[in-house]
Design a binder for this molecule. Structure first.
Ligand code: ASN
Length: 253
């Protein structure tokens, strides 16, 4: 009998714990909406796993802080950049935050938030590479990641400098190709390369400087989720004002 009582109590406790887990800290939150946010896989310092397997990074910290500030819930899906865009376009995700550059072409399909980070594209080569200008790429294999502005830039100079372009799905794979010598150079976003060089993750050099200076934005499908976009912008402004935005950035310097 005692055992039965214990089991019933344990059951009650479990139900009440589930109840706590699915709500936030107020009583009136039964309406709290959960948005599905798609992101890239490993893309430091914007999205990456820490030692305990938690998703961290500037994008992750920002979207969580904005959701908290604006009172909505998020479910983050780490899909890869191209897959994140596909999920957005098919309605499987409500938004993308993925170190995603605001471009004119993308603005035809997506509505972007206010800019939240400065970026651009840079050529990365091994630190001891002889490549120090685009001219040196002639006859070589160069790698870039599918659907990115890095790929777009590489394509824009491919004929002029006579290199062969290989396209891969993930930044990590792109870097591996350069490390192994399968490719002589890669084109990636400047802050991504600079960060990984600065923490010693990549023994790379960036001899050619920043191309196409631009900004990252949070994207929703054009004409959809205006409410989410507005909450992002308001939350971002609040974080900037409170100093939390600077704190998040400083954590990844
Ligand atoms: N930085 C890329 C772009 O905007 C996206 C990414 O690789 N996560 O094209």
């Amino acid at each position: 009998m005692k055992r039965l009582l214990k089991m019933a109590l344990a059951g009650l406790l479990a139900v009440s714990l589930v109840g706590c887990g699915s709500s936030t800290d107020t009583d009136t939150d039964s309406e709290t909406k959960t948005y599905i946010i798609a992101t890239d896989t490993t893309y430091p310092p914007f999205e990456m796993e820490d030692d305990d397997g938690n998703l961290v990074g500037i994008d992750m910290d920002l979207i969580r802080a904005i959701a908290e500030d604006q009172g909505f819930e998020i479910e983050i899906q780490s899909l890869g950049f191209d897959a994140a865009c596909t999920a957005l376009e098919s309605g499987e995700a409500d938004a993308v935050i993925a170190g995603m550059t605001i471009t004119d072409a993308r603005s035809e399909k997506y509505d972007f938030s206010d800019e939240y980070y400065e970026t651009g594209v840079t050529m990365g080569v091994l630190a001891d590479s002889d490549i120090d200008s685009y001219d040196d790429l002639e006859g070589q294999v160069v790698v870039a990641k599918t659907s990115t502005t890095g790929l777009e830039f590489a394509q824009s100079i491919e004929d002029e400098y006579g290199f062969t372009l290989e396209v891969v799905e993930e930044s990590a794979l792109m870097f591996e190709k350069v490390k192994s010598g399968e490719a002589i150079a890669c084109f990636e976003d400047t802050p991504v390369l600079k960060y990984q060089i600065s923490i010693g993750e990549l023994d790379f050099a960036t001899p050619c400087g920043n191309e196409n200076p631009s900004y990252y934005g949070f994207a929703v499908l054009k004409g959809e989720n205006a409410e989410l976009l507005e909450m992002f912008n308001t939350g971002l402004a609040n974080l900037k004002e409170s100093g939390e935005y600077d704190e998040i950035l400083a954590a990844y310097e």
